[in-house]
Design a protein around this ligand. Structure first.
Ligand SMILES: *Cc1c(COP(=O)(O)O)cnc(C)c1O
Length: 387
């Protein structure tokens, strides 16, 4: 890819993942964007900024490269990189909402997202209603005169529910609300929410984008230039930006996103098929299985079905916890989206904060983040863990 973007033909996802926002370094020719580990920049006379950089909360060249890359991958005009997924969510909500506004939130979501709405944002006078976002009619019914945001995760965490992004975009447009899609589980390689009508995409780049369990980060991407400016204003005013080294790690991860996601999906499909016929497994949640209620919608809006699987175990909570403890190659731990396979018990771990709410998860649920190891090794480990 030349540094003259204007003359280049439009590139495919895999090419953009490696090159977008990352021309060779102007000063040295370095092929990889350097880590600009710096807080401030020499001005050529007062206000004489080189390339617009004055202070690294406002902008930093390493972060800029990641932000341009994120915008290109999601088909947006503006990408913004944050210190974590939750920092991105917080910034977005404080950009879009004022006291008295209302949001519709999903009945299955990352526990920390629910906690942000229920324990933090609510204290600032924002009302919320839980709806089954896999049913556009249920979302329409949950609307109120001051609904400003419809929040969706698809696939959802941890029950792998599928919501029809295009249908919900229509509901949002009719209500004058913004449709926000948390695209963490799918990644932009598998799913492009902006093209389907979403207003803003949210990522925990900690997960598949980073891909190596070595960085915490978040992102917002939009195709609405005015909204992009408003979010950028709030990002600078509130300050939860990604540091240069973290931005660099996420960029490095993104370069291999497409090949990793292909393998995550391949391995997960094999494992879901094994679990679906295992005598000790009572239910499997994976959108790639034809019996999944969202399979058709997922097949239409996703390239493949991703690397996350949840399943329920015969014998209740104790049995589910035992399976987690017995796994060896699957590492017992929170988080997801890394090259290594992880196993966890959502009820006691990632989703402890939704206990007693409409988002409570089954006690016999086990969640897998299927990595890119040899699938035969992963299958063998699960089979021994299930006993
Ligand atoms: C992890 C996660 C988040 C939160 O991101 P952090 O980087 O941990 O702050 C949000 N949404 C989903 C779907 C997640 O899995």
């Amino acid at each position: 890819m030349s540094d003259q973007h204007s003359a280049a033909p439009p590139h495919h996802f895999e090419t953009l993942a490696i090159h977008a926002g990352q021309p060779a370094d102007a000063a040295t020719g370095a092929v990889v964007t350097p880590i600009y580990q710096v807080s401030t920049y020499k001005q050529d006379g007062v206000g004489g900024l080189r390339g617009g950089y004055e202070y690294s909360r406002s902008a930093n060249p390493t972060r800029t490269a990641l932000e341009q890359n994120l915008a290109a991958l999601e088909g947006g005009s503006r990408g913004l990189a944050f210190a974590s997924g939750l920092a991105a969510e917080d910034c977005l909500l404080r950009t879009l909402l004022v006291p008295g506004d209302h949001v519709v939130i999903p009945n299955d979501a990352y526990g920390g997202t629910f906690r942000l709405f229920a324990k933090v944002v609510e204290r600032w006078g924002v009302q919320w209603t839980v709806a089954d976002t896999s049913d556009p009619a249920a979302v329409r019914q949950a609307l109120q005169p001051r609904t400003k945001v419809i929040w969706v995760e698809t696939p959802s965490n941890p029950l792998l529910g599928i919501s029809d992004i295009a249908a919900l975009a229509e509901v949002a447009r009719g209500a004058g609300a913004k449709l926000v899609v948390d695209n963490t589980f799918a990644s932009p390689y598998l799913q492009q929410p902006l093209a389907l009508g979403a207003d803003v995409v949210v990522h925990s780049t900690t997960k598949y984008m980073g891909g190596h369990s070595d960085v915490v980060g978040g992102a917002l991407i939009t195709a609405d230039a005015g909204l992009g400016d408003e979010i950028a204003y709030h990002q600078n005013a509130m300050g939860a930006v990604a540091g240069p080294f973290d931005a660099w790690l996420v960029m490095r991860g993104i370069k291999t996103l497409s090949v990793r996601m292909d393998r995550h999906s391949e391995n997960a499909e094999r494992i879901a098929e094994m679990l679906a016929t295992h005598p000790r497994v009572t239910q499997v949640y994976y959108p790639g299985l034809p019996e999944h209620p969202g399979h058709k919608v997922a097949a239409a809006q996703m390239r493949t079905f991703g690397g996350m699987i949840s399943f329920r175990v015969e014998g209740g909570e104790t049995a589910a916890v035992e399976v987690c403890n017995r796994a060896e190659l699957f590492t017992l731990g929170e988080s997801l989206g890394g090259v290594e396979s992880l196993i966890e018990h959502p009820g006691r771990m990632t989703h402890a904060s939704v206990a007693g709410s409409a988002l409570e998860v089954p006690a016999d649920l086990v969640r897998l983040s299927v990595g890119i190891e040899a699938v035969s090794d992963l299958l063998a480990d699960l089979q021994q863990a299930l006993g």
